[in-house]
Write a protein that binds this ligand. Sequence first.
Ligand SMILES: C[S@@+](CC[C@H](N)C(=O)[O-])C[C@H]1O[C@@H](n2cnc3c(N)ncnc32)[C@H](O)[C@@H]1O
Ligand code: SF4
Length: 366
Amino acid sequence: MQPKLGLYVHIPFCSVKCFYCDFASYAGRRDVAARYLSALKTEAAMLGPRTPDTLYIGGGTPSELDAGDIDKLFSLIHESYPKSRFAEVTFEANPESLSEEKLEVLKRWGVSRLSLGLQTTDAALLKSIGRRHSPEDFFSIFRRARALGGWAISVDLMYGLPGQTAASHRKSLEDVLALEPEHLSLYGLHVEDKTVFGRRSVETDEDLGREMYETSLDLIERAGLARYEISNFARPGFESLHNAIYWRDGEYVGLGCGAASHLDGVRGSNTPALIPYCAKIESGVRPTVEQESLSGKEKLGERILLGLRLVEGIDLEEPARREFAREWSELEDLCLVERAGSRVRLSREGVFLANEVFCRFVSPFT
Ligand SMILES: C[S@@+](CC[C@H](N)C(=O)[O-])C[C@H]1O[C@@H](n2cnc3c(N)ncnc32)[C@H](O)[C@@H]1O
Ligand code: SF4
């Protein structure tokens, strides 16, 4: 059965703020962990009874919580959604804060996917992007997680980092693939304004980035993982069920600061600010800061651009064919999309120029 409803729980605590990161994440605020967990429980009650099929605990850095708080977090989730039999439970963790004790807690609560944030195995580069852990911290916790067994392990890597060479990226990828993870996420650096890199006006080298991505595709495929989304690769059967809900325009509940929801046709997102999030919940007010309900051509465009992220692409049936006839024809002429039977998907070139494709499906339409 395809999961229908996802549950995302955001844990905003981090050991440091990495120089590229624009997520709702805060270093040195573990003092509010108990207050935050209590707010999560209240927010779940505010949203009313639901029965989500997948659970994704992301961040920030969920492993920044101590073992006792991780245990409380799972308790409150199961108390809030007593009827859920989660088909997949993902927990994001960083090498500097994951421990044997925390792994045992995760095991007990049935975590089926452990997502480890690494970025690179180049020690100097890790320091220069503001990460706190060493490559050895990662190797050590990966091996311990593997020895415990019973879950799929996913690793996050980044390319196009300032000062990163093609050889350094290749080595990171080879180091990770040698560990035989079931899943890999590979992200090109995006320089966001409100980050250290943004303030330093760091520039990315598009050609080098593309070379790194091209090399990665070959190496990853040879290691037995297939690309199933622009940035995601998996061994057969280990694709993320939860993230597939997002890409297939499905529904999800998001709890926590900065979390997004898509429920009953309405997309909403919570304030990313930690203390205002807690304060609003405590005073009985929903922490939503943005809400929109798309319809007609706008809704169709959103569904298309989400689906095009997937290698399987989308079914090009009416009204998607008719409403965007000119766009499809232009994109085919530019060789940015390709047909496979009744389906259409990004071409290899289109994957590199995905934003150029996506902007055609976002209002205002030209
Ligand atoms: C939710 S984030 C953070 C998870 C975890 N705390 C960590 O640091 O690994 C998930 C992933 O997004 C990627 N990411 C974050 N900011 C990015 C950026 N500005 N550009 C590209 N990838 C980014 C990183 O690979 C990161 O591991
Ligand atoms: S990349 Fe991860 S660890 Fe670094 S600040 Fe962002 S969420 Fe926190």
